[in-house]
Design a protein around this ligand. Structure first.
Ligand code: KG4
Ligand code: ZN
Length: 342
């Protein structure tokens, strides 16, 4: 069932065609360069850029796939969560196509798409735990099937990716900074006592990452020499050992707090494995540590390749086809849900 996926929830415009679970073609345009000068995503610029590039990307997608618009059977689009104006651009484009081609429209939850697209590369088994770690969300789910899931816990303030990006900004690293902190940490030595493991002295499955900024700010007040003079990508070539150790210790504290909550969830729910997705699932330490945690608990661990961890159109098309095959569809009144249902 040839399915078009449209992703415009934040600063990436992604289109893809998926048929019978196989990717036929994809296109992706990143806006990172546009927003990096502002140190974060500027919503108005993001939606204008989606509006500009969507028709061009659609043309490229058709060329790459050798498909004609008439061949498309289902149009799947992200309906949330995300930036409202950006979501509305994607929804408008999807509705126009659905109406003109006379094809079914289906709205997709961006967070579940992140997690469930893992099935494209590695067959997921249910029930499983799902950890979504991105720039906007940190959610822990019990996933019972492609269609049934329960939110077990979420961040009460900053998302884990936001914590990475805010610390990177304090260090004067370019936006988004998670990947730079990851690179620096690879040559660093962990000091387990440098930072507290955030929000673990409780019995719940929620997260909180805003406090870590204060801990980092206190560290930087004592060690101002680790702050980079200029927000340049190659600045990290000049990094000293202290900043590398700081980054390694920061990642240790953040990942430990995730591990503690996952272990807690495993005591409550009998599952076959853990699926981890979202941009922060690119982090090398997080990938390794969560794989070890699963091995210790005789569980499967599914983490997509880095390309599928960040925002893309494939995940929307992949889940869209599964939903369409199960008989789901929306009418043209489909609305955006910018803050999500959960
Ligand atoms: O899922 P995503 O592409 O966009 C959202 O939906 O938020 O996630 C982006 C987030 C950013 O905060 C970025 O800094 C973080 O993922 N990120 C990383 C790494 N690569 C991307 N964080 C830590 N280590 C990485 N290697
Ligand atoms: Zn995302």
């Amino acid at each position: 069932m040839l399915t078009l996926g449209i992703e415009t929830s934040c600063d990436e415009t992604g289109l893809s065609l998926v048929d019978n679970g196989q990717v036929i073609a994809e296109t992706l345009a990143s806006q990172v360069e546009i927003h990096s000068v502002f140190g974060g995503v500027v919503p108005e610029l993001a939606s204008r850029e989606h509006l500009k590039v969507l028709p061009q990307l659609f043309e490229i997608l058709l060329e790459r796939s050798k498909c004609s618009p008439k061949d498309i059977e289902v149009i799947a689009v992200t309906r949330g969560p995300g930036l409202l104006a950006s979501l509305l651009i994607g929804l408008g484009f999807a509705k126009g196509l659905a109406l003109s081609l006379g094809k079914n429209l289906i709205g997709i939850d961006h967070l579940l798409a992140h997690l469930l697209v893992t099935d494209l590369e590695q067959n997921l088994e249910f029930p499983c735990l799902g950890l979504l770690v991105s720039g906007g969300h940190t959610h822990l789910y019990l996933i019972k099937s492609f269609f049934e899931f329960k939110l077990l816990g979420k961040t009460l303030d900053d998302a884990i990716g936001e914590a990475f990006d805010k610390v990177a900004k304090m260090l004067n690293l370019p936006y988004p900074g998670g990947v730079f902190i990851d690179k620096l940490a690879r040559e660093g030595k962990v000091d387990k006592k440098m930072f507290p493991r955030p929000y673990i002295d409780n019995t719940n499955l929620d997260f909180s990452f805003s406090g870590i900024k204060t801990a980092v700010a206190n560290y930087l007040a004592m060690h101002p020499e680790v702050i980079f003079p200029k927000a340049e990508e190659n600045a990290i070539l000049l990094a000293n050992q202290d900043v590398k150790d700081m980054c390694a210790s920061l990642i240790y504290a953040l990942v430990e707090s995730l591990k503690i909550k996952i272990r807690r969830a495993l005591r409550l729910a009998k599952v076959k494995g853990l699926v981890v997705a979202g941009g922060v699932a690119c982090n090398s330490v997080l990938r390794q540590e969560l794989r070890i945690l699963c091995e210790e608990n005789n569980l499967k661990c599914w983490i997509p390749s880095p390309k599928l961890c960040t925002d893309n159109g494939i995940m929307i098309a992949y889940l869209g086809e599964i939903f369409a095959k199960a008989g789901f569809k929306h009418d043209l009144s489909l609305d955006a849900i910018p803050r999500g249902r959960t």
